[in-house]
Design a protein around this ligand. Structure first.
Ligand code: GDP
Length: 365
């Protein structure tokens, strides 16, 4: 596929493979192609289609995943071209799958709003793609029910639209509830510190280290889906609430950006943002930029920020990294895994909080 920014195609495919792995699929290979413009019918060229087709036979492939969003027509044409029971999907569909699985396994821990917006995003994604399912059924029926498919599509679309409306209302009421909850929580004027960062940067690990809380930490994408808050107490008696937020990833499908914004509302009410970066990652700088971009969209520029360069235990030249961190402002180097730098981190948080005002709403009972 083609990438819109400097993020290397191969890195993006690696992340896609990681997503597929998270979804429980076994990845047997990946390939890409550079075209001046995508083929309108099949997205990739016919030679590439043939190449993938032979790989499908060789490896008994069941699913082919595209890194970019495919049109309903392209999905249909590709499935036809690959033949058999091969399922073709794109990054968006894969992410929705993962959200769905996660929502099911962490049912109890998850925020109700999360489940709702997953359902919503899924339905909104399905809407334009309904045609595909019905023409497929028509084909199976040998054309006997020709025309019936179209009528059914209209019925289905109406049902889906009604369900979407219901979900949107529920989501709104859940959001109201959470806001009330947040206001209650703020009746005790403890500053809220939000951890933000690229997925896998080490946010849950840091939260675990600091609080002994058992937040799920996995070397997988989306290990943290529900925002979790813990109280951190310092030896000097002062304390703050540390909130873990959902991880950011590159190329988040548009349907989910809006949904994310809802869960990220909490960020806008924190006293301090701690941006956790996996400094050992070869594309640390790009991931850092991607997160900053999302933060800019969230309109949180007035909230003080502290950057944390995590996983210094993993870099080849820690001294060089530490010098670079000193050269820039407001960066603390840590290893959430070994505990290195955690005291400095907490002190830096305290310093930052001293400078910052706790939001006014924080004192509203
Ligand atoms: P999150 O998605 O930002 O919450 O990331 P996690 O906390 O789940 O961490 C992702 C992976 O990175 C896990 O396998 C962690 O064990 C690992 N990790 C986190 N912090 C460190 C660190 O300081 N050093 C090393 N080597 N690994 C780390």
């Amino acid at each position: 596929g083609e990438t819109s920014d400097s993020f290397a195609i191969e890195e993006s495919l690696k992340e896609l493979a990681q997503l597929a792995d998270t979804a429980g699929l076994m990845v047997v290979g990946s390939t890409y192609q550079k075209l001046a413009s995508p083929n309108p019918r099949t997205y990739i060229g016919s030679g590439k289609v043939a190449e993938i087709k032979s790989a499908i036979r060789a490896f008994e492939v069941e699913t082919v995943i595209f890194d970019d969003e495919l049109s309903p027509g392209q999905l249909r044409n590709l499935e036809k071209a690959f033949g058999g029971d091969v399922r073709v999907c794109d990054r968006t569909a894969l992410i929705l799958d993962i959200f769905n699985q996660r929502a099911a396994t962490h049912e109890a821990a998850l925020q109700a709003s999360l489940r709702l917006f997953v359902a919503l995003a899924q339905m909104e994604y399905q809407l334009p793609r309904l045609t595909k399912m019905w023409t497929h059924l028509e084909r199976q029926a040998g054309g006997k029910v020709k025309g019936m498919g179209e009528k059914q599509i209209e019925v289905d679309k109406r049902i889906l639209r009604t369900q979407i409306g219901v979900l949107k209302k529920e989501l709104e009421s859940v959001r109201k509830h959470r806001k009330q909850y947040r206001n209650r929580r703020f009746s005790v004027p403890v500053p809220v510190v939000s951890l933000v960062g690229y997925t896998n940067a080490g946010k849950s690990t840091l939260l675990n280290q600091l609080t002994g809380a058992n937040v799920l930490s996995e070397d997988r994408l989306f290990a943290t889906l529900d925002p979790t808050t813990r109280r951190v107490q310092m030896k000097n008696g002062s304390e703050f609430l540390l909130t873990d937020t959902v991880g950011f990833i590159q190329k988040l499908p548009t349907t989910l950006v809006a949904a994310f914004r809802a869960t990220l509302e909490e960020i806008s009410e924190s006293s301090l943002l701690v941006h956790v970066v996996d400094i050992s990652h070869p594309l640390a700088e790009q991931q850092l930029d991607a997160v900053e971009k999302v933060l800019a969209e969230l309109d949180v520029s007035e909230i003080p920020k502290l950057m944390v360069w995590n996983k210094v235990d993993k870099v080849t030249d820690p001294e060089k990294i530490k010098l670079e961190a000193e050269r820039r402002d407001d960066i603390v180097c840590i290893s959430a895994l070994t505990g290195e730098g955690l005291l400095e981190f907490c002190n830096a948080v305290q310093e930052k909080l001293k400078d910052s005002m706790v939001p006014v709403e924080a004192f509203v009972p």
